[in-house]
Design a binder for this molecule. Structure first.
Ligand SMILES: Cc1ncc(COP(=O)(O)O)c(C=O)c1O
Length: 317
């Protein structure tokens, strides 16, 4: 378990004409490189979010992790991989009917020993209900429960460490903006708890609907109840909703790979980076700003995405 204290991930400055013309500096924190070679699907923000949960599970003497997610979920993939790496059993409660043919994510989690249960979408909505959880305990016995997306207080604590690592590199002159993709909002909320008034955090929602501000407020309230001010949610780059895409997004991801040899995925990091570049172009960031985005990993989903949409993402994964 000492592995979980892996050192800081690299921060890479990117250079391009767009950045120099708009007089901003742009950095990418490579949390996609935060993984153990024996368990590559346990990476990025999943590593950050699960770190203290795994310590807690071990301390509490649990031998099983149970969690929830969709059929292509990075969180499900990461839980299966982390469980295998650290010797836990794992159970994944999957939203929706079992598909006739398993997608690459589900095949991989089964290979890693995760036990799967498929439940209807309406049953899935009960996932935080105490009675529903009690019934899961009756069925599966004792387990350590990770909520959907792994977003609990210990996840926020792990994600605040992203900021501590940024401070090591930037010293006194912290980035003016720290950006991160939002699904459940837990990674972003953790970052918000780590910054001070020198930095503005921007969360790019990967989902349609303006609920993320309230969602992040709830997470922060549950965490320490403090009023954090320096953050905002951008709802303009969801591309039609969760897991939805448009050709412009795919072109951007492929061009980014060509220009910088950095792989993005279409659900979170591609949308966030598209948004940041668009905002730079529109002059949103004042001249002289330093902007840092967190590459939260999650590249396992590309295989399934390409299988569904005809290999449109140029990927080496
Ligand atoms: C690669 C990646 N980035 C960002 C996120 C968003 O994380 P959160 O659910 O903490 O908002 C996810 C969530 O699954 C993810 O897989």
């Amino acid at each position: 378990m000492e592995k979980l204290n892996a050192g800081p991930t690299p921060i890479q400055e990117l250079n391009s004409i767009l950045l120099s013309e708009n007089k901003v500096r742009f950095f990418l924190k490579r949390d996609d490189q935060l993984f153990d070679p024996a368990a590559p699907d346990f990476n990025g923000n999943k590593w950050r979010k699960m770190k203290y949960n795994l310590f807690a599970a071990r301390e509490q003497g649990k031998d099983t992790l149970l969690t929830f997610g969709g059929a292509y979920s990075n969180h499900i993939a990461a839980t299966a991989a982390a469980a295998k790496l650290f010797g836990f059993k794992s159970i994944g409660i999957i939203r929706g009917e079992q598909p006739a043919k398993l997608n690459p994510t589900l095949k991989r989690v089964l290979e890693q020993g995760m036990q799967l249960e498929f439940i209807t979408r309406s049953a899935y909505r009960e996932k935080n209900d105490p009675v529903f959880i009690q019934n899961l305990h009756k069925k599966y016995g004792d387990f350590y429960l990770l909520p959907e997306g792994g977003s609990n207080n210990l996840a926020l604590k792990g994600c605040a460490e992203i900021v501590r690592e940024i401070e090591i590199d930037f010293q006194e002159k912290l980035p003016d903006f720290i950006c991160c993709g939002c699904g459940t909002g837990g990674t972003f909320a953790g970052i918000v708890t780590g910054i001070d008034e020198r930095t503005q955090a921007i969360g790019f929602s990967a989902l349609k609907g303006n609920f993320h501000t309230a969602e992040v407020e709830n997470l922060l309230e549950r965490y320490d109840g403090k009023r954090y001010k320096n953050w905002e949610i951008n709802n303009d780059y969801h591309f039609g909703g969760f897991a939805k895409h448009k050709p412009a997004l795919i072109d951007f991801i492929n061009q980014f790979k060509t220009d910088f040899d950095i792989q993005l995925e279409p659900l979170y990091t591609g949308k966030m980076l598209f948004g940041i570049y668009d905002l730079i172009q529109k002059g949103f960031f004042p001249e002289g700003s330093t902007i840092l985005a967190v590459h939260t990993g999650g590249l396992q989903g590309i295989t399934g995405f390409n299988e569904r949409f005809g290999g449109i993402i140029n990927a080496s994964t």
